[in-house]
Structure formats: structure tokens, C-alpha cells
Design a protein around this ligand. Structure first.
Ligand code: NZQ
Ligand code: ZN
Length: 395
């Protein structure tokens, strides 16, 4: 193992902590751009509570509302314009992953020369991630992406139909204020999609890394086992604050870099899902619950070992030997059944997606991420044809 770990985001976690936002924010600026989505934070009252806490501490507020799920680069540009015009010096993201991602890129775009789309890796020759950004404070209202405590953001371009990511140190939020009470209003379907996203963030590293990583494996399995257990409870009863709390903690550790330290793999399931949601505007977690088991079956046939370990440790299945393909596939079936049990789709047809654009999704995934052989990186690198096969098996 050889790695470097860095995560400068201060994490403030716990039910009932939202009113601390004013005191926190005044350390970073005097005028906050509050970024929000389609209205859930207005309906829940969270927005008003944030504004009054900020005003109490002498922080002025300006809003950029209307960030859509699968946030668009046009919204980022609009937000950056508001930040510049209003001379905002800090950005507060109040919402799900889409709002947080947009807010991070808005914070960078406000200080960026040129077209903000150049920051996003969309296959261009000169990828120009940002080197500076306004300070960002994240307040997640949905447990899923882990965006609140990482340096990534995912943005879509509805003209080119590419959805892709930017990774940059300046995008680490200064503070993540995580109050699980804010997630009590998340509907069942989004709760389930979030659980699927959490699990997939962990399985991407777990199944794709090649190093010997016994400690990370146990971390990963612990996060998965808990996401499964508490995820079911949160879906069954949205008012179960303990379940909401555990799921939200899982969402943070799943993608703040800790579980992946020394065990970083590629993220082929995410790359394929991003291509799908760019074309069909589906919920990220819903796409993952379809692609993830299909990709696992594709890889497990060639590299069953890690899948056997997963089946044994996560689902307590018995293996005849460490390469027992049958056991490996049964573990994948169990995970797929779990996704189904919490209400996630597991076939493309459930979302009304046919096979017309399979080659296009494959091309788009490879455009964004490819190895020296032009394949989508993964434990088993994938050609365009392989990705189409995976998609067919998920039809
Ligand atoms: O827009 P509003 O009205 O706020 O409603 C949202 C939206 O309709 C709603 N919602 C959020 N919090 C709520 C709530 N409804 C009721 N009560 C609440 N407390 O949920 C819907 C979905 O929100 P969204 O932010 O899109 O979901 P999620 O958090 O799953 O974020 C998905 C986005 O993050 C990207 C995805 O690709 C997708 O674009 N990702 C970002 C990552 C990162 N930055 O590290 C990693 C992920 O792998 C992922 O790719
Ligand atoms: Zn994800």
C-alpha cells in the first residue's frame, strides 16, 4: 500500500445543529450566497432557519434557487453571475448532492477566467480544473453523495448530453454542517437511491482496487453492512432519526476518502451511470442500482475472489473455495435483491430506457474516462462492446 490522505473539511455532525450555521459562516465571509434546489428546503423551513441564523450573526444573504437534480452548467453560470454581481464572499449549499455540487462549482466559477465548462472533465484536450474558489459551507439535506466532505462535483451539459466530474482541492468545503434532522423529509424513493449510492461508492473501491487492503476491506464491509441495515430502517420509516443519522454518517465516510485510502480503484459503474443520466435525467442512485449488479456479474466471472469475500462477509454465504464463482454470483444476487427490497429499479426497462443508445452511453463513458488502450478503467477494463454487453444484461 502506498497513499496520501488529505481532507481539510471540518465536519460538524449531529441532530439539531443547523442553528450553528450563522456562527460558522461569519468566520468565512460577510455576504453569503445560499444555493438551493427546487423548493424542498423552503417547504421544510430549513431555508428560513438558515437565513435567520446568518442574519443574527451579521451575515447578509443572497439566494441562488432552482438548482435542478443532475445540475446543469447553465445553473452554475447563473449562480456565479449572482455571486459576482452581489459581491458574495462565501457560499452556503443547502440541499442534496446536486445543490452541493453546483455550489462548489459556482464558488470556483465566480473566480474563474473563461468558460466554467472547461473545469469539468468532458474529454477535452486541456482539462482546466479550478485552483481557487470562494469558501463553501455544505449543509446536506439528503444522505447520498458525500459531496459535503469531498473535493468532487458532477455537472451536466444538456446541450452536449455529457455529465461529468471535476476534482480539485479548492473544492473541499471549509465546513460540512450535517444535521440528520434535515433528512427526515426525504421521500422513500430518494432515500433508497441515496442508500444505493452510498453502497456503490464503497463497492467501486472495494471491487476495483488491486492492492492487498485488508483493513480497508473491513472498513468497506462495515459501511456496506450498516448502510444495508439502517438504510432499510430509514426507508421503512422516514421519521426514524436514528436510522437517518446512521445512513447520513455512512454517506460521509463512503466518499470522504477514508475508506478508499490506499484502496483507490476506478469508478466504472459511476461513469456508465453518468452517461445514462446525462441522456435521461434519471436519479443517480436509481441508475446505479441497475448498473452496479450488471457490472459486478461481468467482472466476477473473471475475478471472482473479491466477490466471494463480499458474499461471505456481507451476506454470510458459504464458499466451497476462494474462487467459487457460484458463491460470488449469489452475493451479487443478494445485493440486487436488497436494492429491489428498498424500492430501487434493477432493470433499465423499469425506467423506460430501451437499447437504442447503448453504444452512445458506452462511448460517452469512455470519452470521460479511459486507459491507454481506450477502455473504461476497472478491475477488468471495458471496451465499448463490453459496456454494451453490461447494458444488455441490465435491460
Ligand atoms: O431540489 P429539491 O427541491 O431540494 O429536491 C430534491 C431533489 O428533487 C430532493 N430533496 C433533497 N433533500 C430533500 C429533498 N426532498 C425532501 N426533503 C429533503 N430534505 O431530492 C431530489 C434529489 O436531489 P439531488 O440533490 O439530485 O440528489 P442526490 O443527493 O442524490 O445528488 C445527486 C447528484 O450528485 C451527483 C450525482 O451524479 C447527481 O448529479 N454525485 C455527486 C458526487 C460528489 N460530488 O461527490 C458523487 C456521486 O457519486 C454523484 O455522482
Ligand atoms: Zn454516486
Amino acid at each position: 500500500m502506498k497513499f496520501e490522505f488529505y481532507n481539510p473539511t471540518r465536519l460538524i455532525f449531529g441532530a439539531g445543529r443547523l442553528p450553528e450555521i450563522g456562527k460558522i459562516t461569519k468566520n468565512y465571509g460577510r455576504k453569503a450566497l445560499i444555493v438551493t434546489g427546487g423548493g424542498s428546503v423552503k417547504r421544510s423551513g430549513a431555508f428560513d432557519r438558515v437565513v435567520s441564523s446568518l442574519l443574527e450573526e451579521g451575515v447578509e444573504t443572497v439566494e441562488c434557487a432552482g438548482i435542478e437534480p443532475n445540475p446543469r452548467i447553465t445553473s452554475v453560470k447563473r449562480g456565479a453571475q449572482i455571486a459576482r454581481k452581489e459581491d458574495c464572499d462565501v457560499v452556503v449549499a443547502l440541499g442534496g448532492g446536486s445543490v452541493m455540487d453546483a455550489a462548489k462549482v459556482i464558488a470556483a466559477a465566480a473566480l474563474y477566467d473563461g468558460d466554467p465548462w472547461n473545469m469539468i472533465n468532458h474529454g477535452q484536450q486541456n482539462w482546466l480544473p479550478p485552483s481557487k474558489a470562494l469558501p463553501v459551507i455544505t449543509i446536506p439535506t439528503l444522505a447520498a453523495t458525500g459531496s459535503e466532505m469531498n473535493r468532487g462535483a458532477v455537472i451536466s451539459n444538456s446541450e452536449t448530453k455529457i455529465k461529468s466530474f471535476v476534482l480539485a482541492e479548492c473544492l473541499y468545503p471549509k465546513v460540512a454542517l450535517v444535521d440528520p434532522e434535515l433528512t427526515l423529509t426525504v421521500p422513500k424513493d430518494q432515500t433508497a437511491y441515496g442508500v444505493c449510492d452510498i453502497i456503490t461508492h464503497v463497492t467501486e473501491g472495494y471491487f476495483n482496487n488491486r492492492a492487498n487492503t485488508p483493513i480497508q476491506d473491513r472498513f468497506a464491509e462495515g459501511v456496506i453492512i450498516n448502510a444495508i441495515e439502517w438504510g432499510s430502517k430509514a426507508v421503512a420509516d422516514g421519521n426514524d432519526l436514528e436510522a437517518r443519522t446512521q445512513v447520513q454518517w455512512a454517506s460521509i465516510v463512503a466518499l470522504n476518502g477514508w475508506v478508499q485510502a490506499g484502496a483507490k480503484g476506478s469508478s466504472p459503474v459511476h461513469m456508465i451511470e453518468h452517461a445514462l443520466s446525462a441522456h435521461h435525467d434519471i436519479a443517480h442512485g436509481a441508475g446505479l442500482s441497475i448498473i452496479s449488479p450488471a457490472w459486478m456479474r461481468f467482472t466476477a466471472k473473471v475475478y471472482p475472489g473479491k466477490f466471494v469475500q463480499f458474499a461471505q462477509r456481507v451476506f454470510a454465504l458459504k464458499a466451497r473455495n476462494p474462487e467459487d464463482t457460484e458463491c460470488a454470483l449469489e452475493g451479487i444476487n443478494r445485493l440486487e435483491e436488497y436494492f429491489r427490497s428498498i424500492g430501487c429499479p434493477t432493470r433499465l426497462s423499469e425506467l423506460g430506457i430501451g437499447d437504442e443508445l447503448f453504444t452512445q452511453y458506452a462511448r460517452d463513458s469512455i470519452l470521460v474516462s479511459h486507459d491507454e488502450n481506450g477502455k473504461l478503467p476497472g478491475r477488468l477494463p471495458m471496451s465499448e462492446k463490453d459496456i454494451v454487453e453490461i447494458l444488455k444484461s441490465a435491460s
